[in-house]
Design a protein around this ligand. Structure first.
Ligand code: PHB
Length: 388
C-alpha cells in the first residue's frame, strides 16, 4: 500500500488529522490496534473547548454534536459549604461543551469512511520504519497477513503506550514527567447529575468532580489512592463517598453504575515532538491530569497545526512549517500543562501536606471566586486559550 500520510491510531487525534488532511486534498490511511466497536465505546474525556466546537462545525462533522452536546457557560466550585459559580461566558465571552470523546470518534469514523478513507482496525505488531529517510513505512499484520504502508510522512497518534514515540532513536527526546500521589475513581451512572453544570468539589476527604454525559447520565469521580484497587469499592461505598464529598450543597441521586474505573494522574511532555518524517500528536507526546479537561483539546490543537504544515508542503514544497511543528505546538501544550497541574494542586489532598497547605488552598479558592482578575485567569484557560 502507498499513501501520502500514514497515521497510527484511530483516536481523536488520528481521525481528525486524517479528516483535516482530506479537506486539504491529501490522502491518508489510518491503522488501529483495537476494534471499531472498542474505539467507539471506550469512555474517556468529555469536555471540549469552544474552538473545538467551532472546528467540528466548520469541518462538517459537528451536526450531531450541535444537537446532542450540552453547552455550558461555566463551572461550580464547591468549598466552605457552598457552591461558587464562575461564568466563563460573562468573564471571557466563551464557554465549553460536554460531548464524549467516543461520540466525536463515532462521528469522525463515520465521516472518514463515507469519504472513502481506509481505516484498518485490529492490526497487530505495528512498527514504524525508515523515519529518517524520504520514504518511511508502517509495517503491521492485518487479517493474518503482513502488510506495509509506504508514505511520505507518519502521524504518530497512537497514545501514551503506542509504538511511535519509542521508535525515535535514543538520545533525541527529552522527557518531562510528574506522577501524582493519587488517582481518580470514576463511575458512569444512570442518574441525573446533581447540577446542570460541573461541580469541582474541594473537601477534607479529598477532591471530587460531578460531571455528566447527558441529563440522565452522570459521570462522577473522586480522588483515591494512586494504587487503589477497584475491588475495594463496592457500589454502596462509592455512593457514600460521593455523597460525603458533595456535602449538602446539592442532592445526589443514585443510579445504576454502568461502568467504573481508575484514572491514573500524570503530567508528561516529550520534546521535540518529531523526528525525521515522524510527527507525534496528542497523548503519544503529552499527558495531562484530567482536572483541567485539557487532554483531547490539546490533541486537536496539535493535529490542526500538523495538517497545516503537511498541506503547505504539498502545496509549495516548503518544509518550514513541518520543521517548526514541534516548536509551534509546544507553547500551547506547556500552558495546558501548567493549568492542569495548577487545578490539580489547588483541589487535591497531597499526602505530605499539613494544615498550612490546606488553609493556603482555601485562601486561593476564595481569591479565585472573589477577584475578577483571578476568575478571568481560570476562565480563559478552562474555556481554551486563543489559538495561534
Ligand atoms: C468529564 O466529563 O469526564 C470531565 C470533565 C471535566 C474534567 C474531567 C473530566 O475536568
Amino acid at each position: 500500500m502507498r499513501t501520502q500520510v500514514g497515521i497510527v491510531g484511530a483516536g481523536p487525534a488520528g481521525l481528525m488529522l486524517s479528516h483535516l488532511l482530506h479537506l486539504a486534498g491529501i490522502e491518508s490511511i489510518i491503522i488501529e490496534s483495537r476494534s471499531r466497536a472498542y474505539c467507539e465505546q471506550r469512555i474517556r474525556a468529555g469536555l471540549i473547548e469552544q474552538w473545538v466546537v467551532n472546528l467540528l462545525n466548520d469541518t462538517g462533522v459537528g451536526e450531531r454534536m450541535q444537537r446532542e452536546a450540552m453547552f455550558h457557560s461555566g463551572i461550580h466550585l464547591n468549598f466552605s459549604g457552598r457552591l461558587h459559580y464562575l461564568n466563563f461566558r460573562e468573564l471571557v465571552g466563551r464557554g465549553v461543551a460536554i460531548y464524549g470523546q467516543q461520540e466525536i470518534v463515532k462521528d469522525l469514523i463515520k465521516r472518514r469512511l463515507a469519504d472513502g478513507a481506509p481505516i484498518l482496525f485490529e492490526v497487530s505488531d505495528a512498527s514504524v520504519q525508515d523515519i529518517d529517510g524520504k520514504s518511511p513505512k508502517i509495517k503491521f499484520k492485518h487479517n493474518g497477513a503482513e502488510q506495509e504502508i509506504a508514505c511520505d510522512f507518519i502521524g504518530g497518534c497512537d497514545g501514551f503506550h503506542g509504538v511511535c514515540r519509542p521508535s525515535i532513536p535514543d538520545g533525541v527526546l527529552t522527557e518531562y514527567d510528574r506522577e501524582y500521589p493519587f488517582g481518580w475513581l470514576g463511575i458512569l451512572s444512570e442518574s441525573p447529575p446533581p447540577e446542570d453544570e460541573l461541580i469541582y468539589s474541594y473537601n477534607d476527604r479529598g477532591f471530587a468532580l460531578y460531571t455528566m454525559r447527558s441529563p440522565v447520565l452522570a459521570r462522577l469521580y473522586f480522588q483515591c489512592a494512586h494504587d487503589e484497587d477497584i475491588e475495594n469499592w463496592p457500589d454502596d461505598k462509592i455512593w457514600e463517598e460521593l455523597h460525603a464529598r458533595l456535602g449538602s450543597v446539592r442532592k445526589l441521586v443514585e443510579g445504576k453504575i454502568l461502568q467504573k474505573g481508575i484514572t491514573p494522574m500524570r503530567s508528561y511532555v516529550v520534546e521535540p515532538m518529531q523526528h525525521g518524517r515522524l510527527f507525534l500528536a496528542g497523548d503519544s507526546a503529552h499527558i495531562v491530569p484530567p482536572t483541567g479537561a485539557k487532554g483531547m483539546n490539546l490533541a486537536f490543537a496539535d493535529v490542526r497545526m500538523l495538517s497545516r504544515a503537511i498541506a503547505e508542503y504539498y502545496k509549495s514544497g516548503k518544509t518550514a512549517k513541518l520543521d517548526g511543528y514541534s516548536l509551534a505546538v509546544l507553547p500551547r501544550i506547556w500552558k495546558g500543562q501548567r493549568f492542569s497541574w495548577w487545578m490539580t494542586s489547588l483541589l487535591h489532598h497531597f499526602p505530605n501536606e499539613n494544615a498550612f497547605d490546606r488553609r493556603r488552598q482555601l485562601a486561593e479558592l476564595e481569591y479565585l471566586v472573589g477577584s475578577r482578575a483571578a476568575s478571568i485567569t481560570l476562565a480563559e484557560n478552562y474555556a481554551g486559550l486563543p489559538l495561534d
